[in-house]
Design a protein around this ligand. Structure first.
Ligand code: ADP
Ligand code: MG
Length: 554
């Protein structure tokens, strides 16, 4: 045998581990969910690789996870017969921070220095390293499918870990065994009732059966059947089942705001189980805007890179299981498959119609969804031409008529002033400043409602020439506001009308004084109490967009 190699953890891992070890985290139970989900992932990876290379499965094709308790030694072992790891794999994955969730966690931790790390763990889940919340030492024995070598990883979580080759009989015949030497105050995790309770509550719906062994030499008892929840009829599934499944499929710690579960039976058959989260997932505004719908084919996990939903629905979590796709398609071929195209269209339509249903029947619930995901959904206004009308129908806005509430375009159009030919909006980065902008005076005075658009995305969809109900969207900062056809309302302030000659003389003077700085100076109906305001030319870029592009270095 080669000598064990000692390695130092990456600095970020050390920081994370230090926190784990010293956390008095109230819900340490989550470590088990993390380790079981790794074991299940490993089984699903093997199931997938086994399609192209059946030899990897050998005569042990049924995936399984075993939890082996040893109350006397104070040990808990989690073992799977999944894909396994080589010594090199271990070096790459169990000493670094690969997982994006964990990276996001560390960034957040650095950002809100004041916040308790242990609170944050609860929101993120930090994978393998959470084992150190309950263990003084962790050992991992593993053998990668199709290889004749096994390796052992061990660490006490204090800055270093070691990796060494081991004899084949010390590791599972295939897959991974994680042995936790439990801390004195965590011995309860070697207790049958504790472990069974946690698994049922957290991992009852992982797609791999779980067997519990009360003692190393005891008979096993099945505690989770590995059945695919999404293939069961809705009537047999409780809300708690759905919530549990949501947490394990989505890696989220909240509950679903909406659960969308159905079976499509047209030209192609597929099952869909998707969720809209109650809270914003941490990666919502990551630049890669990655989706989170997993693709299964007849219960076999294929990929989570299939982009089943458009990017503006990336907050939706869950899976689609197709009955028609061939199992042995490469991930590249899947992208071009007509089956996938049908699924994409079907699921997107279904989710949007579900949102419409909530919007119609439960405005409070919808408000919550819109507050979380509205800025993301609005990306669809310029990215998804085909569904623009639907998305406009779903959109809600702060407006001069309702700065705290949310108005739909339907509300807007219902209250539109006579002779009003456009839907007016103002963009900015701060709602309060927007609401008090002098640009709005003339509109207020005439009782014309203005949409207040504070999100970055608003600078984009408003400039692609959208109209609604035959009326174009028009920025209040852009061009002549042509408000003269709309009379001032009773309570609007009546500005004193200066003599036309005075106005013309002043304009000539101002044009000369500001030559080179502005392209024109005009009298405007836009203002009532303020003397001047800046506007962009009718055909040029909107001022807010101009600022945004300038700040992005364009
Ligand atoms: P994540 O599961 O999000 O990738 P983790 O910290 O939970 O992050 O695990 C890190 C990596 O370690 C996994 O991506 C995987 O490559 C490897 N790993 C952990 N547990 C197992 C296991 N039981 N079998 C195979 N690989 C594993
Ligand atoms: Mg994991």
């Amino acid at each position: 045998d080669a000598a064990p190699q000692v390695h130092a953890f990456e600095a970020d891992v050390s920081k994370l581990l230090h926190m784990m070890v010293h956390s008095v985290y109230s819900d340490r139970d989550v470590f088990l969910r993390e380790l079981i989900s790794n074991a299940a992932d490993a089984c699903e990876k093997l199931r997938y690789e086994g399609i192209a290379t059946p030899a990897l499965l050998g005569d042990d094709a049924q995936p399984r996870i075993s939890l082996i308790l040893d109350p006397e030694q104070g040990r808990l072992t989690i073992e799977d017969n999944g894909i396994g790891m080589t010594a090199a794999d271990m070096g790459e994955t169990l000493g670094t921070i690969a997982r994006s969730g964990t990276k996001a966690f560390m960034d957040r931790l650095a950002a809100d220095a004041g916040k308790e790390g242990s609170q944050l763990i609860g929101q993120f889940g930090v994978g393998f390293y959470s084992a150190f919340m309950v263990a003084r030492e962790v050992e991992v024995f593993s053998r990668r499918a199709g290889t004749d070598e096994a390796a052992r990883w061990r660490s006490d979580g204090q800055g270093t870990y070691m990796i060494a080759p081991v004899d084949l009989n010390e590791a599972p015949a295939r897959g991974t065994r994680v042995v936790l030497h439990l801390l004195d105050d965590a011995k309860t995790y070697a207790d049958r009732f504790t472990v069974e309770r946690i698994v049922k509550a957290q991992s009852g719906h992982v797609p791999v059966p779980i067997t519990l062994f009360e003692k190393p030499d005891a008979e096993g008892t099945a505690i989770a059947d590995g059945a695919a929840l999404w293939l069961k009829p809705r009537a047999e599934i409780s809300e708690a089942d759905y919530a549990d499944f949501y947490r394990s499929v989505a890696g989220q710690y909240d509950a679903p705001a909406r659960t969308i579960h159905y079976r499509a039976e047209g030209r192609y058959e597929y099952s869909v189980l998707t969720f809209i989260p109650q809270t914003k997932p941490f990666d919502l505004f990551d630049p890669d805007r990655k989706g989170h719908i997993k693709l299964y084919v007849r219960r076999v996990f294929i990929t989570d890179e299939a982009q089943i939903l458009p990017r503006y629905l990336r907050f939706v979590r869950g899976l689609v299981d197709s009955a028609d796709m061939p199992l042995n398609m490469s991930r590249e071929m899947i992208q071009d498959s007509p089956v996938l195209a049908t699924i994409q269209k079907g699921v997107t339509g279904r989710i949007l119609s579900d949102l419409q249903k909530v919007a119609d029947s439960d405005p409070d619930a919808y408000r919550q969804i819109w507050e979380n995901f509205g800025p993301v959904l609005k990306e669809g206004l310029y990215e998804d031409f085909e569904r623009r009308e639907t998305l406009l129908g779903l959109a809600r806005f702060r407006t001069t008529a309702s700065q705290d509430g949310w108005r739909s375009l339907k509300d807007y159009v219902a209250d539109i002033r006579e002779n009003q030919t456009a839907i007016y909006y103002a963009t900015g980065s701060d709602l309060d400043r927007l609401a008090t902008s002098p640009q709005l005076e003339g509109f207020r005075a005439r009782g014309i409602e203005v949409l207040l658009l504070p999100d970055q995305v608003d600078n984009f969809w408003t400039t692609v020439g959208i109209d609604h109900d035959g009326k174009p969207f028009k920025s209040v900062t852009q061009g002549a506001a042509d408000l003269s056809l709309i009379p001032l309302t009773q309570d609007g302030e009546q500005p004193e009308q200066p003599a036309t000659g005075d106005v013309d003389a002043f304009l000539t003077f101002a044009r000369e004084a500001l030559a080179g700085a502005v392209s024109d100076v005009r009298a405007s109906e836009r203002l009532t109490t303020s003397a001047v305001c800046l506007v962009a030319p009718e055909s040029g870029m909107d001022r807010q967009l101009e600022k945004l592009l300038a700040s992005a270095g364009q």
